[in-house]
Design a protein around this ligand. Structure first.
Ligand code: ASP
Length: 535
């Protein structure tokens, strides 16, 4: 088989394997510091001082990592493993910390050098990560690591990390480039394309209610699973080393006010140029709705224009998605070269979480809705829909599957065209249970991996609401959900770089979530048919 002519998902799979191989081979590994250390915590002018020191080659005492001075709150948040402050203040002597199991890793990309230093404080793991600009900075801040850096600087590993990160970043930039025009055109076309304003009656309300309820159920399942399995705890992802605190301190009221501020743009043009996703989505939905209610002539023109616009954007996006094998190759190479083999363990738990949550939604929640709300046998319905579901799985595109979904729903499941022609096209654009669930799991996974990030109830609610909006905004094409994730990350202040690594396994997850998206749209037909039968 020629891998260059194979289907995209095969190419991506191939890239994944090859990239992982290259990355593992060129993984610079960790440098070990053999000697164990001992130091004492100090309390100076109301701050806790953590000064881990060692002796360099010349016999001088130097700090291993820059000395930190922390308030009590920062201390307990950043070092949950260190001795409890309250007990310590009462005690006679300050606590002694024994430092064992010391490793450091230096990874360079085109922009900076990432320093990771792992060690145990009294047997509990503590990690320091920092991005520095130059080798000189390493010599100043981490004098003990200069030797290792010199070795790495002259190795093939450095070339591999620099090149793969650069190529991966270019791919990510391309994806970001198409995001906004794609959302705008896909949403407006989806809503305006419904045509006849009279059809937007009670069916519209019921359909929207169905979309909303099922997406929220999916998100809840996702959030439940990610909190249960906690795949991100202890995982090290690119960009998640820094301590970010947001959401944790905010009250629920201010969270919602902030969302409303974000959702209603005082200036839609500025929102477009700033890339304020939430504002763009609201404006596009309203715009689409008002196209439908505009006069015949204007409606036709606008619908035609946005359809053409959408087609062009789809073309552009598909072109970029064809570069995915290269992007994936670069990402997985960088990931494995910079993280070592441990990264697969991290991603395995993450993938498992997404799979399980999708499974619960598709095989438990949806069948219950089918049975009790739509009055249909879930098994029969799934059988009727199987061509569409399998196509969704292999193409990872709700839009691409739409013709098949419509035929299966009408011909095999006996749903009227009145319902299917309304529920399905709109659903392909805005009702994505699988994507919504996935956004929530992925972002909470990144949040769990981010040291010091607080996963308060407020934060989780923001994640849930933005995941819903992200799924509404995502186009029904492969990897659209990944592109939209920026919204959710942005909303809670998480680093966008962390997305880099999950791209590596996005295709397979995309196939699964798209199947769930199409499944939910199809079940929606049965529900809306039942609820509007009397009309
Ligand atoms: N590929 C998905 C779909 O077409 C969207 C996504 O990327 O989540 O439904």
């Amino acid at each position: 088989m020629n891998p260059f002519k194979a289907a995209l998902h095969i190419q991506i799979f191939f890239a994944l394997v090859v990239g992982a191989g290259i990355g593992l081979f060129f993984n610079p590994g960790e440098e070990r510091l053999k000697k164990d250390l001992v130091f004492t915590l100090k309390y100076e002018q109301g701050k806790i001082v953590i000064a881990e020191k060692d002796v360099d080659k010349k016999g001088n005492e130097v700090p291993v990592v820059p000395v930190v001075r922390l308030s009590a709150q920062q201390y307990s948040r950043r070092y949950p493993n260190l001795p409890d402050l309250e007990k310590w203040k009462d005690a006679e002597k300050p606590p002694v910390i024994k430092v064992t199991n010391r490793h450091y890793r230096l990874i360079e990309d085109a922009r900076s050098i990432h320093v990771t230093y792992r060690r145990d404080y009294n047997g509990r793991p503590v990690i320091t990560t920092e991005k520095v600009k130059t080798g000189k900075e390493i010599a100043e801040k981490y004098p003990l690591f200069t030797e290792g850096y010199e070795r790495y600087r002259h190795s093939w590993s450095r070339l591999v990390t620099v090149v793969s990160k650069t190529v991966g970043d270019i791919f990510l930039r391309l994806l970001k480039m198409v995001t906004i025009p794609l959302i705008v055109s896909s949403l407006i076309t989806g809503i305006a394309g419904l045509g006849d304003a009279k059809r937007l009656g009670s069916m519209f309300g019921k359909t929207l209610a169905y979309y909303f309820v099922t997406s929220l159920l999916a998100i809840t399942t996702g959030i439940f699973m990610v909190n249960l399995i906690r795949p991100g705890v202890g995982a090290i992802l690119p960009g998640t080393g820094s301590v970010t605190t947001l959401g944790g301190q905010q009250s629920l009221g201010s969270v919602f006010m902030g969302m409303i501020d974000n959702m209603i743009p005082p200036n839609p043009v500025a929102a477009l140029s700033n890339g304020d996703f939430l504002s763009i989505i609201t404006f596009s939905i309203l715009f689409g709705l008002f196209i439908v209610s505009a006069g015949e002539e204007s409606r036709k023109r606008m619908t035609g224009f946005f359809q053409a616009f959408f087609e062009v954007m789809m073309g552009m996006t598909m072109f970029i998605i064809h570069l995915a094998p290269i992007g994936v190759l670069a990402f997985i190479t960088y990931a494995t070269a910079s993280q070592g083999p441990e990264i697969f363990g991290t991603l395995a738990w993450y993938m498992l979480t997404v799979f399980l949550a999708l499974l619960v939604h598709a095989m438990l929640v949806m069948p219950l809705i089918l049975k009790f709300v739509a009055g249909r046998s879930p098994w029969q319905y799934a059988k009727a829909l199987s061509p569409a579901l399998m196509t969704a799985f292999s193409t990872a595109s709700s839009n691409g599957t739409l013709p098949l979904t419509m035929t299966s729903v009408e011909k095999n499941a006996g749903i009227s065209n009145r319902v299917s022609s309304f529920v399905l096209p709109l659903g392909a654009t805005i009702n994505m249970d699988g994507t919504a669930l996935y956004e929530a799991v992925a972002v909470l996974f990144i949040a769990q991996a981010t040291g010091g990030f607080e996963l308060s109830l407020g934060t989780q609610i923001i994640v849930a609401v933005t995941a819903l909006l992200a799924s509404i905004g995502a186009a029904g094409i492969p990897h659209a959900g990944l592109v939209m994730m920026a919204i959710v990350l942005q909303a809670v202040g998480l680093p966008l770089e962390a997305q880099g690594i999950i791209i590596a396994v996005d295709r397979i997850l995309d196939m699964c979530r798209t199947t769930v998206n199409v499944w939910s749209d199809s079940c929606g037909c049965a529900v809306v048919e039942r609820l509007t039968r009397q009309e």
